[in-house]
Design a protein around this ligand. Sequence first.
Ligand SMILES: [Zn+2]
Length: 241
Amino acid sequence: MPDPTPAGEAAGLLADSVAVDDFVTWSEWALARVGFRPSNCLALVDVCRDELMADFDEQVSHVWGRPFAIGSLAGLVFLGRTGLQAALSHVPGEDGRHRFVAFCFPHIGIDEDGTVGRVQRRGMSRASVACGALAAFRSELTGPRAEAVLDVDDVEQSLLRMRLGPLVPDGYVPSLTELTELARASAVADVHRFVDLARGHEPVDVAYISGTVVHLPDGVDHVAAVQAEVVIDGVLIPLPH
Ligand SMILES: [Zn+2]
């Protein structure tokens, strides 16, 4: 049972975390063993739009090449079948098979007091919120539920509400950590679905790598709760991290 105190929540998040460069090195090593190399893959990177994710994005790009960006606010994935079809047309296929490496990483901050959901940003005297989109959604959950509809002036946040709202039981307000995990699991499920809708008769193998990027004080990022699996010729193989 997770420790619900603030200190316990922070410790739980960081329990199995690693530095971003160590994670990226691991991804190259682990995927090489199943035939996925930077030269024969297209990286799909799903991260929140927040500039705090630029460093993670750059480190992944450094090894896996310039990625096809698939992330929206909170690291949810709304590009759909058409977006995945576009990506599919850019995938190398040297041996007749196409390979994607999908990185799905929502994010969360921990400030110097150990408060989960807060982050010290460069040039700002006070800590701010990360992930802001998930925190905004969470604060809505503390009030009466309105019907979630598409708001053309707030497309991504309204889609977030429509995607995650039905997964939260009525009357329950999840912690930001729980919402981050919900965003991760939803993103991975949606990429799975969009790939299946986009693939047609093309042979497409996909590595799904997901977890949480944790922003720590002094601009340090860690990667926590990594989950990884590959689907090769329809067969799912878990990759231990
Ligand atoms: Zn965010």
